[in-house]
Write a protein that binds this ligand. Sequence first.
Ligand code: CA
Length: 429
Amino acid sequence: MRRLTFVLAACTLAMNQANADLVINGVKSSTSPVTPATTTNYTPVSSFQSCIANLRGKALSSGVTAATFSRYTQNLSPDYSVIEKLNYQPEFSTPIWDYLSGLVDDERVVKGQQMLVQHRDVLQRVAATYGVPAETVVAVWGVESNFGDISGKYPLLQALGTLSCEGRRQSYFQGEFFATLRILQRGDLREEQLVGSWAGAFGHTQFMPSTYEALAVDFDGDGRRDLVSSTTDALASTANFLKRGGWQTGMPWGFEVKVPAGLSIAGESRRNKKALSTWINKGLTRANGTALLQGNLSESTPAGLMAPSGPNGPVFLVFKNFDAIYGYNAAESYALAIAHLSDRLQGAGPFLTAWPTDDAGTSRAERREIQQYLLNKGYDIGAADGLVGDKTRQAIRQEQTRLGLSATGRAGQQILKAFREDSAKQMMQ
Ligand code: CA
């Protein structure tokens, strides 16, 4: 039996909002949150047409018919902006509190709660079939595509065809290119529906084409697996992904904990799991002071201690279900965003321990406010969309210098406060 690789590339939304690291089968890359370039500086090293023609044999042996191959490749043109995305190096890495505050904000909690109501019947059937709670499925949906609002604008054949012929990881992307051709051949989706992230993730839940082939399900019974226009299929496929990734029904993903003063947690990690009794014996409690052992957990349940910002920030005990979520995009910060959003959708509040920073992160509404201030000041940063890209960061840096602050370029609470004070001062004048 073929072993499934539970690694997805390219969470469009998370990429855009947090400039998050992207992991494609273990290779880290990063993406620019700026609007895709229409012109490109990348110089191809091979002729695109001859490269694609050379892939024909491999495509045919993967199950693509000759007719499908020629139909979808004869007029295919490259888009080298995807190679620039693949090679993009961020100016600085995003602190986890910035990442989480943009992905799990009140706006997304409220919208997620509306989705839980709107899709209640489907979500109940999904939970009964796959054993994954509605809130977890909706949290993935919210983080992946903002509930279907943002699912990418790159034509998949063009993006994956280009990545198959240039840059790093060509053989990985060739596999995804062939999978895309097989999806079209099967007739589940049309070519114009296959539009997604620059790396080929598409639809409500941003599946890669090979993941789609392995894990997408037809849950609305129309005979087609459609993650683009059927939310029913998309929600069920997400639950199927988590179930196949090892989701344990009735178990938690984990929770925030309180570590006794003086207890070293150096060397602990999500992967380094120990029996829950070990942590009980070390004196850990849940962050609110209650016992670790509750619900379906037992003393032997394997649990890893995860401290994404070190011992002075929020610390979590995580179980197997956290790993199932982690499989969606292979980043702990990403999995924590989904896990936390699922808790918030069940009515929980923010983490009890503050992040170790004097400049906390901002919500998308606050980021839009920062951008509006910059636009009012005449900075050319595009629309106030809450997505912090290089232009917004550069403008913040200039304003920080003008206001006598250190020029970090971060859209955090400190610059928001400074802008609000500056605006108030101008109103008085
Ligand atoms: Ca269907």
